[in-house]
Design a protein around this ligand. Structure first.
Ligand code: NAP
Length: 248
């Protein structure tokens, strides 16, 4: 009997796999049976080591997303892929009234344009081969809420949900499922500054029904489900993994 939660004999590319949520996703997909292409602008050797130590299979790929077209061309050169996880993302903070155009462009390039071109390159390849595929995009609570002093991040993460839906609509008939996972407050570099601030931490934890920050492995579980046969009929969805934040 085959296990609908296994993804054996698949090749999965994860962006930003050197640290945080991306590293946890890479490990989770490998544990479920995928061969992982751990992609980063920083070395993903540690991630490959963790996967191999856990008995999985992985290789490191250098991928710089600030030039989205070049990143998409790299993806196209990597051979057949079954799974694409658009995880990498950046955040730049300033009052919207002062926000620099360069910060806007940098955030949009990595968080949105790269996701568009990488997904397009992935889908072109899968369609040419006539094989199914899975794409999971990492969204945010700021896919739904405004936030403060992060206009480009908020716009990019709202955009991620739109892209997830249009890709799902256009590609479902080709058996390419496209979904998103929206993390709440997860303990990574991204949230290190606010977790180091006791007042901010107390405010946040009192607002999270689960009463704690999430672990990167919590995101990996949801992503792995969205890559497995168990979720074959799920496409265009956004799965919130936020300890109940958005339900409040
Ligand atoms: P992180 O620890 O800061 O990781 C971000 C990843 O993106 C790193 O691997 C980083 O590489 C990579 N990256 C940034 N710019 C890149 C570029 N130009 N080219 C290639 N890779 C690049 O943060 P994280 O929390 O794991 O974030 C992962 C995703 O989750 C992001 O999309 C983020 O928006 C989203 N998210 C996180 C939270 C949270 O609470 N942590 C909540 C909601 C959404 P380097 O290490 O080389 O910089």
């Amino acid at each position: 009997m085959s296990d609908p939660f296994r993804i054996d004999a698949t090749r999965a590319l994860v962006t930003g796999a050197n640290t945080g949520i991306g590293q946890a996703i890479a490990l989770g997909l490998a544990r479920a049976g995928a061969h992982v292409l751990a992609a980063g602008r920083s070395s993903c050797a540690d991630t490959v080591g963790l996967i191999e130590a856990a008995g999985g299979s992985a290789e490191a790929v250098t991928l710089e997303l600030s030039d989205p077209a070049a990143a998409a061309a790299t993806l196209a050169s990597l051979g057949d892929l079954d799974i694409l996880i658009n995880n990498a993302g950046i955040i730049r903070r300033d009052d919207s009234v002062d926000y620099a155009e360069a910060d806007w462009d940098d955030v949009m390039d990595v968080n949105l344009k790269a996701v568009f071109l990488m997904s397009q390159a992935f889908a072109k390849q899968a369609m040419a081969r006539g094989t199914p595929g899975r794409i999971v995009n990492i969204a945010s609570l700021l896919s739904f809420q405004g936030g403060i002093r992060v206009p480009a991040y908020t716009a990019s993460k709202h955009g991620i949900v739109g892209l997830t839906k249009i890709f799902a609509n256009e590609w479902a008939a080709k058996k390419i499922n496209v979904n998103a996972v929206a993390p709440g407050y997860i303990a990574t570099n991204n949230t290190a500054a606010l977790r180091a601030d006791p007042k901010r931490t107390a405010e946040l934890l009192s607002r999270i029904p689960a009463g704690d920050f999430g672990d990167p492995a919590d995101i990996a579980g949801a992503v792995t489900f969205l890559c497995a046969p168990a979720s074959s009929y799920v496409t265009g969805a956004v799965l919130n993994v936020d300890g109940g934040w958005l339900a409040r």
